[in-house]
Design a protein around this ligand. Structure first.
Ligand code: AMP
Ligand code: ZN
Ligand code: FE
Ligand code: FE
Length: 287
């Protein structure tokens, strides 16, 4: 971990597709010397209460977060919410819908996998998701357990990538809806991982990036991830320049999932400067 990194604003737990429980994740963050952490599970706030209590125990400055997938011209973009009020009814209504869609989608993928000679059980997948946001990482794990792949990445590459016959798309909301939901619950919206990543195979730069940023700024985002995952110094500089051009706070974090991938960055291996956290907190007070 770089000595200068004290904040990690992009972390996942077992409430979505992370492999560490809130307790194990926050213990790791504390051991790694982090001061400020945001937990940003996909399409759910179910882990936030527990994280808040655990973070307070360890003296960590905790930011309640979320990560939404949203429709893009090509594929999807991800939008992070910070300082959200998890009890906001509009937010919870949409999250309920997304959770239902994730279950139906995973069941349809299970049907297709069974029809194409790689049977997996929905019960096992549901168990692996342990009540959180079910997704392809849980399907990949079940495929490995059934001996259809030797590791999760192979399951993705051979059986459940977006070109595979078993693939079913999950529901995505519109970017404006994601930003409105976050802002409506008293939060701040930030564009996640705008560029290509080595550790996340298949993740490309957002198509038509500057047009996307400009429209998201109109919708009301306040930040963009620059200090992200495995981004190179050049990539970080490029996003920081975009942040400055559009008046956005350069944010970031490891996007840690404890995925067991040797090139996955650990919590705090990368993160925004303290100044970015200060700027977010100032914006929060104003909003
Ligand atoms: P889903 O949202 O259910 O379609 O699953 C997307 C998640 O799967 C991403 O957030 C990653 O955590 C994981 N993922 C996507 N592609 C791969 C891959 N090639 N290898 C391992 N994990 C992946
Ligand atoms: Zn994830
Ligand atoms: Fe993401
Ligand atoms: Fe993420």
């Amino acid at each position: 971990m770089k000595d200068s990194v004290t904040a990690d604003l992009h972390l996942h737990t077992t409430h979505s597709d992370g492999r560490l429980t809130p307790s194990d994740l926050l213990t790791l963050c504390h051991e790694r010397g982090l001061e400020t952490v945001a937990v940003t599970d996909h399409d759910t706030t179910s882990g936030l209460d527990e994280c808040e209590v655990l973070a307070a125990d360890k003296g960590l400055d905790f930011i309640p977060g979320i990560e939404f997938g949203a429709k893009a011209k090509r594929g999807e973009i991800h939008i992070l919410g910070y300082f959200i009020d998890q009890f906001d009814p509009d937010l919870q209504e949409v999250l309920f819908d997304l959770q239902e869609d994730r279950k139906t989608r995973a069941e349809r993928m299970v049907d297709r996998l069974c029809q194409t000679g790689t049977p997996v059980s929905w019960e096992r997948i549901s168990e692996l998701a342990s009540g959180g946001s079910v997704g392809r990482p849980h399907i990949a794990q079940a495929l490995v357990e059934e001996g259809h792949a030797s590791h999760p990445k192979e399951a993705f590459d051979r059986l459940i990538n977006w070109k595979s016959p078993a693939y079913v798309a999950r529901k995505l909301i519109q970017p404006k809806q994601a930003v409105d939901l976050i802002n409506g619950s008293g939060g701040l919206a930030v564009l996640a991982h705008p560029l290509e990543s080595r550790a996340k195979s298949g993740r490309r730069e957002i198509f038509d990036l500057e047009t996307t940023i400009a429209s998201l700024v109109d919708f009301g985002i306040v930040g963009i991830e620059a200090y992200y995952g495995d981004y190179s110094d050049d990539q970080i500089d490029r996003v920081v320049a975009l942040a400055n051009k559009y008046g956005l706070v350069p944010c970031g974090g490891s996007d840690y999932h404890a995925a067991g991938n040797p090139i996955e960055p650990e919590p705090g291996e990368i993160g925004p400067p303290k100044e970015s956290v200060v700027r977010l907190k100032e914006l929060r007070v104003k909003s």
